[in-house]
Design a protein. Structure first.
Length: 482
């Protein structure tokens, strides 16, 4: 719930999402509650993310002491539907002394709620490309204004993050300002230097550390002068659980096509994917094909999407991931589109639509979180590890699903390998867990060796290890005594 307060009044937004009715689902309406401690003149307006007026929801009037409830149904002047995107509700009160109290609360208008059973059980990691000294592609508008990809990527990501958060989804980001992700200049792969690989690893580490449910890299393209392109990539060849990443990339790409189609004039059409790649193998595109002609280390993938390699990519992302190029700065029309704030809101809405579609349809969604601190542990002595299992997918997690605990040597900052370790404990779900629900499971553990180690927890659903389906391990650091 968004909130703000002052001695004169408190402002809250108990419902921050506007969406249309669908089937038996009623429409969602944003609600703002204003509680005034003494009489004052009040007014409230809905503004776009960029501060443009949309409509008034409280005409300037005297507000008595007490509660005023305001609503916004997603319309602008004349009752016409406002575009989907993030909005701001600006409230202003002026008391009898002329003192002004104001606040802004955020709301969003979207196509549909994102994972209604339990949106807060989902963590989405957004990775706006480039940043800091790395600007990515650049383009120049007719008036001489230079447009930087890094700024566009971040702006779209911030709009998208606001929409997801208003929908109740938890969001983590690689950057929220014009900075590098590896801001502290850490040698993350231990090769004795700090370079672009460490920048990529900073993004991947941030996603893995929060055990995100999905990873989305937000980019815009540069092809060659005059050319445009919209495309989405996933790691297929060489990556376990590739099907989930492919679906995520496809959902986001399809949403881009739907949102951008109305903007096509007679002399411009969306170009989807690289025409050099066979049509049946693109849209979305396995990133292995994207680099088929490139000279890169073994694997030929975008670094942030590619599979585990102990030397080259020691900590790959552990969740479904997609890298999307929305439009191209190399095409004059697409560059002009990107320069428009309303189009960047449209692109954020496309990402939102794709993410919401992915969350609505994925059969397996499962989070593993610690339910209690790691217990004291000694070699050969039984102890209990308590794990909270949350179902944030579409189907029940069946009774009989096993949780396993495996031990690996302690690694900093965490173990990035796909190894489940040497099994030291397991437990079985006595009851199914329904979508949107959670259960705490006690796993009996008997350590087999002493010293600093990491216990890796995963589930076996239908006999399949969930880590191979791109569900992140829960990793618990433990010092085992003798």
């Amino acid at each position: 719930m968004a909130a703000a307060s002052s001695p004169l009044a408190s402002f809250t937004a108990p419902a921050r999402l506007v969406y249309p009715a669908a089937g038996s689902r009623p429409a969602g309406v944003a609600q703002v509650v204003l509680v005034v401690s003494r009489p004052a003149m009040g007014e409230a307006q809905v503004l776009t993310w960029d501060g443009q007026f949309v409509r008034e929801i409280l005409h300037p009037s005297r507000r008595p002491t007490g509660t005023t409830r305001l609503r916004w149904d997603g319309t602008g002047p004349g009752g016409q539907p406002a575009p989907d995107g993030p909005y701001r509700v600006r409230l202003m009160l002026t008391d009898e002394t002329g003192a002004v109290t104001s606040a802004e609360l955020r709301v969003s208008k979207v196509s549909a709620p994102a994972y209604p059973p339990a949106p807060s059980s989902v963590i989405v990691f957004l990775d706006p490309g480039h940043g800091g000294p790395e600007t990515g592609a650049t383009g120049t508008l007719p008036d001489g204004t230079v447009v930087r990809e890094s700024d566009l990527d971040l702006d779209i990501a911030l709009r998208l993050a606001a929409m997801l958060r208003d929908a109740g989804i938890r969001v983590s980001m690689s950057r929220t300002a014009d900075t590098a992700a590896n801001r502290d200049g850490v040698d993350r792969n231990g090769d004795g230097r700090v370079d672009g690989t460490d920048e990529f690893l900073a993004r991947m580490d941030a996603a893995n550390n929060v055990r995100a449910d999905l990873y989305v890299a937000i980019h815009n393209n540069w092809i060659s002068a005059g050319k445009g392109r919209t495309e989405a990539f996933f790691c297929g060849r060489g990556c376990s659980g590739a099907a989930a990443s492919e679906v995520l990339a496809a959902d986001i790409l399809q949403a881009h096509v739907a949102r951008l189609a109305p903007l096509q004039p007679a002399d411009w059409q969306l170009t989807l994917g690289d025409p050099l790649i066979p049509e049946a193998e693109r849209n979305p595109t396995d990133d292995y094909l994207r680099f088929a002609q490139a000279t890169l280390p073994a694997g030929r993938h975008f670094y942030v999407l590619g599979p585990y390699d102990a030397a080259f990519r020691p900590r790959p992302i552990q969740m479904p991931g997609a890298l999307v190029e929305s439009l191209s700065l190399s095409n004059p029309y697409e560059l002009q589109l990107l320069a428009e704030p309303s189009v960047r809101t449209l692109l954020a809405s496309a990402y939102y639509d794709g993410i919401a579609a992915f969350l609505a349809d994925r059969p397996l969604g499962l989070r593993l979180d610690p339910a209690a601190p790691a217990p004291p542990a000694r070699v050969g002595v039984g102890t209990d590890l308590r794990v909270r299992v949350t179902n944030n997918g579409k189907a029940p997690i069946p009774a009989g699903t096993r949780l396993t605990v495996g031990a690996v040597p302690f690694a900093t900052p965490y173990d990035g390998s796909p190894s489940p370790g040497r099994q030291i404990g397991q437990a079985t779900l006595a009851k199914a867990i329904l979508p949107g629900h959670a259960a705490t499971v006690t796993v009996p553990v008997r350590p087999a060796s002493a010293g600093a180690q990491t216990w890796k927890v995963e589930a076996l659903v239908g006999g399949v290890r969930t880590s191979t389906l791109r569900v992140p391990f829960l990793q618990v650091r433990v010092s085992v005594g003798r």
